[in-house]
Design a binder for this molecule. Structure first.
Ligand SMILES: [Zn+2]
Ligand SMILES: [Zn+2]
Length: 375
């Protein structure tokens, strides 16, 4: 039996390395050999034990399991009737690919409505490790794409580190801006300069934003944001009250607030603050708060008198993936996005990688932007 190395998430703050069977590739399936997997903000929430069975809307978190979803790899084996990617380009073993980590059923009401990211039956990663296909998370040597997957060839120009965040951070924010009907000349305010926020700054600029304002508490992330499309930064260690941040955003937007505000921090109070950062008639895109139980106190009239459009988004339509890949190629010399993946670790050192990537509790300005793991 062939096996592959996997990092099993056994309990908060702890991974254990294990060899798991490499799954048999069924008809319509595709086996990927992972070349790079990023540590996303949501992985850090798992790491801290925030996401427990029952407190979020996803699959129950069966532990031990493999987490990680931001990744790229090469085709290790094609299923018997798979010979092309989702755009019909021929695919062979060894080709570099990007792919969604969630799998819409393609036969329910929501899928029929073309909202594949809202399919209630979509299967995901994080299955129990003893269940086929075993390799259902990014922090492993292999990842299995079942029948009905979406997969796209990767342009040669991009490195694996650049491609790893495409199926989460990059596509998520491009899809969010699309859903917010981003228009030429819009002012975009971004809460959080992590992997999503920095990509959102560059994507918003490319989509025609007249001004991009980004808020964070880490100096190196804010510096990188300035190299990636942000026009103005707000250091929340300096603007350390909600009132001061709202006033500063208003000051930078002719007293209005953002046409589009993107909440990418994942703290409940950031959502309520985001409403105040949004101009009258503007749009708040909520992506960060993804676990249940994150409650905040809200004066509902803010949304009525604000005429605010609130858009909650989990996952994205798969067509966003090739758009995101093209975006990275066309802006390669324009933004410092390649620097986003700042630290790499071998998979065998995953515990060190997570300890280094963990930012909660160390707001000293030295937070690394994004770490990634390689086999
Ligand atoms: Zn992610
Ligand atoms: Zn469906």
């Amino acid at each position: 039996m062939t096996t592959g190395l996997a990092a099993i998430f056994v309990e908060p703050y702890k991974f254990e390395l294990e060899e798991l069977p490499v799954p048999e590739v069924e008809a319509g399936g595709l086996l990927v050999k992972i070349t790079a997997a990023g540590i996303c903000g949501s992985d850090l929430h798992f790491y801290r034990g925030h996401l427990q069975p029952g407190n979020w809307t996803g699959d129950p978190l069966n532990r031990p399991t493999i987490i990680g979803h931001e990744m790229t790899g090469v085709v290790a084996k094609l299923g018997s009737d798979v010979s092309a990617d989702s755009l019909g380009r021929s695919l062979k073993e060894g080709d570099r690919v990007a792919y969604t980590y969630f799998f819409p059923c393609l036969k329910c009401y929501n899928c029929l409505r073309g909202q594949l990211n809202t399919c209630p039956n979509r299967t995901r990663f994080r299955k129990p490790v003893e269940e086929y296909p075993y390799c259902s998370g990014g922090f492993a040597e292999y990842f299995y794409l079942p029948r009905g997957h979406f997969v796209f060839k990767v342009p040669d120009e991009l490195t694996d580190a650049q491609v790893a965040p495409v199926n989460c951070a990059v596509s998520q924010v491009i899809f969010g801006l699309n859903k917010a009907n981003m228009r030429l000349g819009d002012t975009v305010v971004i809460q959080g300069a992590g992997g999503l926020g920095i990509n959102a700054a560059a994507a918003a600029k490319e989509m025609g934003a007249s001004r991009v304002v980004i808020l964070d508490g880490s100096k190196n992330r804010l510096d990188l944001a300035l190299e990636c499309g942000a026009d103005e930064i707000i250091d929340i260690t300096e603007y350390n009250t909600s009132e001061s941040r709202i006033a500063r955003v208003k000051e930078l937007t002719e007293g209005r607030g953002g046409d589009i505000v993107m909440e990418l921090v994942g703290l409940p109070d950031a959502f309520t603050e985001g409403l105040e950062l949004t101009r009258l008639g503007g749009t708040l895109v909520e992506i960060g708060n993804m676990w249940k139980g994150g409650k905040t106190s809200l004066d509902v009239a803010t949304t009525v008198w604000g005429n605010t459009t609130i858009i909650g988004i989990a996952h994205y339509d798969p067509y966003t993936l090739p758009v995101a890949l093209d975006f990275l190629v066309s802006t390669m010399d324009k933004y410092a996005l390649p620097q986003l993946m700042s630290h790499s670790f071998p998979l065998s050192e995953i515990n060190t990688a997570f300890a280094e990537a963990e930012w909660s509790g160390k707001q000293d300005g030295t937070v690394i932007t994004r770490a990634y793991l390689t086999p």
